[in-house]
Design a protein around this ligand. Structure first.
Ligand SMILES: *Cc1c(COP(=O)(O)O)cnc(C)c1O
Length: 399
């Protein structure tokens, strides 16, 4: 079983029955070119050295693991440890794959990197990576999101990205995806569409996972060195699933380590306001690949919601779907209320303000710890910091 995980996906980009390339032939050819270039360049010492150097001296890797002693004591039960991806340059795990994608685009001689962004987190990480690597960057963002996410909009402009306001349809993420994709289709041979998670057509779920897997490689070695044992539980929030795949991958062969992905239950699983794709979705195609989906009878994506805008995607990475079906990873949920409680509790017991996305994983750890013994250990991937959420939470809670 362990080996089987490490050899995924197959040559067509499938993880079991999920993933693949649900695309017209011209685009499939472009994706196959990206896959070939990626497989070739990733083997070279020059690429490996360049990425390793940037992870160390630009991102600030390795990120530490912090034992959250006061949080653990407050909750009672198992010890909770945090993998501090919030300390990365630009404030989250996203920079790990944005750097890899920008380097690959540059290596392939592409003229422009394109992406959509919702709250602006992917946009800022990508604009930073493109500035560093020296390649043009164009970000499509809904007008409503532009008005809401002012600091990120300003950052993208300072970083030299071309910001395209999207005025069609809902003027939010969904239409930003369509707008960015239309631009990409004008010249897919020279443009590079930088997908922001382990989703989309092959090879993106594989490539983004590989770039993120540095998180789990570091974490497993750090934990062993510090504690001479592996954690009992490793947990991470799941939007598209990149930070979770990043920390899970290295632990997949360790049968004794429970892996738990945490999805947003929003206002409750019995309301329409959630984004619990793995928990309540059904198999279908979205954005060029097959995965669990929240969709209506016609196969149209349902509107999804979470207090953490980075988690509200109606699909999910294909490898997660496979890992759920074979029972290697369990998927749980946390509501907005549990997320806010974890956000405040971590802030006030440890002086660490987490991203609302990451607070979902903290919320699960707080629930699980209570049911576990004091000598057991939970490792949480703290995917990002909460500076971007501070004003919203303060307003929401009337602080
Ligand atoms: C974007 C984001 C996420 C969700 O993306 P995944 O691909 O599921 O990891 C989680 N945490 C933070 C801090 C983010 O910015």
């Amino acid at each position: 079983m362990a080996q089987q995980f490490l050899e995924m996906p197959d040559s067509q980009g499938y993880f079991g029955e999920y993933g693949g390339q649900i695309l017209p032939p011209e685009l499939k050819a472009v994706m196959d070119d990206i896959n070939t270039a990626y497989e070739q360049v990733r083997q070279t010492k020059a690429f490996q050295d360049e990425l390793a150097d940037l992870y160390a001296h630009y991102v600030g890797r390795p990120s530490p693991i912090f034992y959250a002693k006061r949080l653990s004591e407050r909750v009672g039960g198992a010890r909770i440890h945090l993998k501090r991806e919030d300390l990365n340059h630009t404030g989250a795990h996203k920079i790990n794959h944005c750097l890899g994608e920008a380097l690959l685009a540059k290596h392939m001689g592409k003229t422009k990197v394109l992406a959509e962004t919702g709250a602006g987190q992917h946009g800022v990480a990508l604009a930073s990576a493109c500035a560093l690597v020296g390649i043009e960057c164009e970000i499509h963002m809904g007008e409503i999101d532009i008005a809401k996410e002012h600091p990120n909009v300003t950052k993208m402009k300072i970083l030299g990205a071309r910001l395209v306001p999207v005025t069609r349809g809902t003027r939010t993420l969904k239409d930003a995806v369509d707008s960015a994709f239309d631009e990409y289709l004008k010249d897919p041979v020279n443009f590079f569409y930088a997908i922001g998670s382990v989703v989309g057509p092959h090879p993106f779920p594989k490539m983004v996972r590989d770039f993120q897997s540095i998180v789990g490689r570091e974490a497993r070695a750090q934990f062993l060195a510090e504690h001479q044992r592996l954690p009992d539980v490793v947990t991470a929030c799941v939007g598209g699933g990149s930070n979770a795949m990043g920390i899970f991958t290295e632990f997949l062969p360790d049968a004794g380590v429970q892996l738990v992905g945490v999805e947003p239950a929003g206002r409750g699983l019995d309301t329409p306001d959630h984004a619990a794709t793995m928990t309540l979705g059904t198999k279908g195609a979205i954005h060029g690949f097959v995965c669990y989906n929240l969709q209506d009878e016609k196969g149209e994506p349902l509107p999804v919601y979470s207090i953490a805008s980075g988690l509200d995607y109606p699909g999910v990475g294909p490898q997660h779907c496979y890992l759920k079906d074979v029972g290697r990873v369990r998927y749980e949920t946390a509501t907005d209320a549990e997320c806010l409680d974890a956000f405040m509790t971590l802030s006030r017991t440890e002086g660490i303000i987490p991203a609302l996305e990451s607070a979902h994983a903290v919320a699960y750890a707080m629930k699980a710890a209570k049911t576990m013994a004091p000598e057991q250990n939970i490792l949480v991937n703290l995917s990002g910091r909460g500076d971007k959420d501070a004003d919203f939470v303060a307003q929401h809670l009337g602080l």
